[in-house]
Design a protein around this ligand. Structure first.
Ligand code: HEC
Ligand code: HEC
Length: 209
């Protein structure tokens, strides 16, 4: 079930802190190259993952500007987005056709597989001043009440740490312009308070985390 969160974020954060404690921390996967791992912790690549990697990169480590990294993302968030793309609640000309024919089992398997991959070492070179302003804005807006410290994400709330710069820029602008509306209002409310400069600064901060 989708979280329906309310502003002010303090309340949402408290509610989430409780649910996060109940669910427990997301399993941290071993290195993606060792598949299947001896301890059986990380799932082997499902057949359709090859298709996904054409855009999202090997193991979900995207090297394309507006294509998000999937590696290390919360499995529940990935699964939710796949369902949203399939149902038309979120749409993108490249991604929507990819979700169209996935079964529920395939979605769950793909989500579990990409969530278990280790997030990529960051090569993005943030502008230090913009990243500093982005962090200040994040602190002021209490982003981490939902996304958790270091933007590591939880449950249906995505990891944004180390996400691709151009992708973060586009999503924040899409939420603000209500081109992306599958967020139960959480991000449209937040992004309304952000100027274009804030969005750019935040993307510098987040991409380098
Ligand atoms: C043709 C290129 C392409 C292929 C192939 C593709 N995707 Fe995507 N995917 C994208 C793009 C571009 C986006 C970003 C859409 C946007 O801007 O909203 C995206 C977004 C996503 C998201 C949302 C991530 C987030 O952080 O919100 C998920 C989950 C996803 N793709 C999973 C998959 C899976 C699983 C497959 C394989 C079945 C796949 N994709 C195949 C291009 C692709
Ligand atoms: C009230 C909780 C809440 C707050 C506060 C919040 N977020 Fe979010 N954020 C969410 C949720 C929930 C989603 C996923 C929405 C969905 O399911 O499509 C999200 C999605 C995002 C995404 C898209 C990630 C992706 O992979 O597509 C970005 C980027 C983001 N948030 C950045 C921020 C920043 C920056 C701030 C502070 C300025 C912030 N968020 C504050 C709840 C929150």
């Amino acid at each position: 079930m989708r979280f329906v969160l309310q502003f002010p974020p303090l309340l949402a954060g408290l509610a989430l802190a409780c649910s996060a404690a109940a669910v427990g921390a997301q399993a941290v996967a071993p290195d993606m190259r060792s598949h299947p791992p001896a301890d059986g912790a990380a799932p082997a690549a499902p057949p359709k993952a090859v298709v996904c990697m054409a855009c999202h990169g090997p193991g979900g480590q995207s090297a394309q500007a507006q294509t998000p990294a999937l590696a290390g993302q919360s499995a529940r968030y990935l699964d939710l987005q796949l369902r949203d793309f399939q149902a038309g609640r979120r749409s993108n000309e490249l991604m929507s056709p990819m979700a169209k024919d996935l079964t529920r089992d395939e979605m769950r398997e793909l989500a579990a597989y990409f969530a278990a991959q280790k997030p990529m070492e960051q090569s993005f070179r943030a502008d230090p001043e913009k990243a500093r302003l982005g962090k200040a804005k994040s602190d002021e807006t209490l982003c981490t009440m939902c996304h958790l410290g270091g933007f590591v994400g939880q449950n249906e709330i995505p990891r944004v740490a180390g996400q691709r710069f151009d992708y973060v820029l586009k999503q924040l602008a899409d939420f603000k312009a209500r081109r992306r509306t599958n967020d139960a209002g959480n991000m449209t409310a937040v992004s309304n308070t952000l100027s274009d400069a804030d969005i750019e600064n935040l993307a510098h901060y987040l991409a380098a985390l």
